[in-house]
Ligand binder design. Structure first.
Ligand SMILES: [Cu+2]
Length: 292
């Protein structure tokens, strides 16, 4: 080891001597170009975010606004680190460019490593803690008394939405009775009186300003329920019923998409969420119930 170090130092010394003699001078151009490119990258990135070029559609729930706030916090924290790190890199590349000086070996800096690892940990834990409430509210909140429950069933490559009907109870499902060809895609048990008034639709209609609880299921593979305006994205997993809570505050029509690559026709798997007034919701339920 000792002799290796000696020979390494000797080599460095020899190179230094060689360079000092002027026969192998470095050039400032590559370092200057790289530093310039890094600076342009930083400025272009700041412009894209500051000019708000790729804004998502407005959130339609109070939790959506919390999610946006959380996203902004994360963006500010990680954006500041990105800008500082890239500018420091540009400065370092330029300042320590090769201009014929002898090479100096660095063994690193333990104190700095401890500081930036601890700082990264604090930022990640802090962001996780501040986002926890909004996330937990959509998953673990106890359903409100006037909650509208809708069961969401996903399969290749459709969404089905089931309302419990006038009795407020979902009828039993029997996998053996699943038969899309005969109009029973969910396998509703015809012998269960609780299921007689169940309503099954291809798009989701909910009343505005009322708490909604979705019960998300999958019949075959893993799918997903994603509505940008709700800021909610939840996998549908076979064998599980995953509750998802929201209260939409803006009437409108919003697209529901599956964000899990669930098969060859995944690209056409989508539906719509209709947020309607209370009166329109009653009309919707009455119309759906009429033919049954
Ligand atoms: Cu899917």
């Amino acid at each position: 080891m000792q002799s290796f170090r000696a020979s390494f130092a000797g080599q460095g010394g020899a190179t230094g001597a060689l360079r000092a003699s002027g026969r192998e001078e470095g050039s400032a151009a590559p370092a200057a170009i790289l530093a310039l490119l890094l600076t342009i990258l930083v400025l272009a990135t700041i412009y894209i975010f500051a000019a708000r070029l790729f804004l998502p559609p407005a959130a339609i729930t109070s939790i959506g606004l919390q999610v946006d706030h959380q996203y902004l916090l994360t963006l500010c924290a990680t954006g500041a680190v990105f800008v500082l790190a890239q500018l420091a890199l540009a400065l370092t590349v330029f300042r320590f460019r090769d201009h014929g000086q002898p090479v100096r070996f660095s063994r690193g800096n333990i104190a700095m490593e401890v500081v930036w690892t601890a700082a990264t940990m604090a930022v990640f834990l802090g962001l996780g803690m501040s986002g926890r409430k909004a996330w937990a509210e959509t998953r673990f909140a106890a359903p409100a008394a006037d909650v509208v429950q809708v069961e969401v069933t996903e399969n290749q490559f459709d969404y089905s939405f089931r309302y419990p009907g006038a009795d407020g109870k979902f009828g039993r499902l029997v996998p053996e009775m699943i038969s899309p060809a005969t109009g029973n895609p969910l396998g509703l048990d015809e012998n269960d009186p609780g299921g007689k008034d169940d309503i099954v639709t291809a798009s989701l209609t909910v009343p505005v300003n009322r708490p909604v609880e979705l019960l998300i299921r999958a019949q075959d593979v893993i799918h997903n329920f994603f509505v940008r305006e709700l800021r909610l994205q939840q996998d549908a997993v076979p064998g599980m019923i995953v509750p998802l809570n929201f209260t939409a505050t803006t009437i409108g029509r919003y697209e529901i998409v599956c964000t899990q690559l669930c098969g060859m026709e995944h690209h056409r798997m989508h539906s719509y969420l209709n947020v309607v007034s209370d009166a329109d919701y009653r009309v919707f339920l009455a119309r759906q119930a009429a033919p049954q």
